[in-house]
Design a protein around this ligand. Structure first.
Ligand SMILES: N[C@@H](CCC(=O)N[C@@H](CS)C(=O)NCC(=O)O)C(=O)O
Length: 359
């Protein structure tokens, strides 16, 4: 009888750290505890009996508290350039890899400024299981980089955008609020860099190693769930979470279009005759603003934030837009008529994340 077909995953990743450090991250208790598991998970225990035939064991814990145990045996240990170990998920009989031992082979190549990690993970029972491990490894290798790169998460997290753009500022404020180190790659809409991430070339876009994302709401959600820094931008209660989504949707469907695209951008990038602002476009936008500001004013009545008692992602979507409006003579005069908006906006403006993201 023919042996069942097995599927193999080939991965490679540059890590800004010497080979010895990378090797130790794969083979010591403390090293494994620092990165084994995708973003959003942490390792509750890691144990490595680092000799040929020695066992290793890691328990990953997800945000919902569910535990995922994996372990195996070291098959090859040639510090600092090669190692191999078996990989076996434990504890879940329904797991497609239950009872199946796969093999991870790692080669560490010295490169200028760091180490190239080449991995072959073989023995998957189906292409789908291989592909889900591909996603898991992409995120897990980001954590390996976070742990070893002197820049921390700024080695993998790159935000592509323009500091003047309100959506870019929302994502940057989220990163600042969560104290996540990142790299800002300055880029304008519709450039080749952003078109490689966003199908319509809009900013911002996010790269986290091999993972790319676009749409600010998705980027903020990803950052919030990946990094457990003690700050969350997602409200705790069901109704507050829905309220947060409601305001993000209001920004995407109405506020940005009126206050930024048809007002602010018409002033700075005029589309009227002789290169002048099209006054009809501006007047129409200004005429729509009172209803939007009134809705915000009502939402801020008796509270400082839009969705619950604390800051949430919703406030980070609204604040950069209001900051633009307030800076303009007509917009500022209009906004001044809404005391709750002014009060709540002043509170967000006082946060370090606002100052840190000033264009
Ligand atoms: N819904 C998108 C909107 C992004 C967006 O409109 N970004 C603006 C800059 S703030 C842009 O790239 N505009 C260029 C264009 O519309 O051509 C998101 O949430 O990220």
């Amino acid at each position: 009888m023919n042996a069942p077909e097995r599927f193999t995953l080939n991965l490679s990743r540059f890590i800004r750290a010497p080979r010895e450090k990378v090797f130790d991250a794969f083979t010591t208790d403390a090293g494994m505890a620092s990165w084994m598991g995708p973003r959003g998970m942490h390792v509750s225990r890691a144990r490595a009996d680092t000799r040929i035939g020695g066992d290793w064991q890691v328990q990953m814990v997800a945000r919902d508290g569910s535990c995922h145990d994996v372990g195996g045996q070291f098959r090859l240990l040639e510090r600092p350039h090669r190692l191999a170990y078996t990989w076996h998920w434990q504890g879940d009989d329904k797991h497609p890899m239950s009872g199946l031992s796969t093999l991870v082979e790692v080669e560490l190549l010295e490169q200028i400024g760091g180490t190239e990690v080449r991995m072959i993970h073989s023995g998957f029972p189906t292409a789908a299981v291989r592909d889900s491990h591909n996603q898991g490894w992409a995120s897990t290798l980001n954590r390996l980089s976070d742990a070893l790169d002197p820049q921390g998460s700024a080695g993998t997290i790159t935000l592509l955008g323009d500091a003047r753009s309100s959506y870019t500022r929302t994502a940057r404020m989220a990163l600042a609020e969560k104290a996540v180190a990142y790299t800002l790659q300055s880029c304008a809409p519709h450039t080749a860099e952003i078109e490689a991430v966003h199908p319509f070339g809009l900013i911002p876009g996010l790269r986290d190693g091999a993972i790319t994302l676009y749409e600010t709401a998705a980027i903020v959600q990803y950052l919030d769930e990946c990094f457990d820094t003690g700050v969350t931008l997602r409200p705790g209660s069901i109704s507050a979470r829905a309220r947060c989504t409601q305001w993000i949707s209001m920004v995407n469907s109405h506020l940005y279009d009126t206050m930024v695209r048809r007002y602010l951008l018409q002033l700075f990038f005029p589309s009227g005759d002789d290169g002048k602002p099209d006054r009809a476009v501006i007047d129409k936008a200004l005429a729509e603003m009172p209803a939007q500001l009134a809705a915000l004013d009502k939402a801020y009545a008796g509270q400082d934030y839009l969705a619950g008692p604390g800051l949430s992602a919703a406030d980070l979507f609204v604040a950069p837009i209001l900051a633009h409006v307030l800076a303009m003579p007509e917009g500022g005069a209009l906004m001044a008529q809404y005391p709750n908006v002014m009060r709540a906006h002043a509170i967000v403006r006082a946060r370090p994340s606002f100052a840190a993201t000033q264009a």
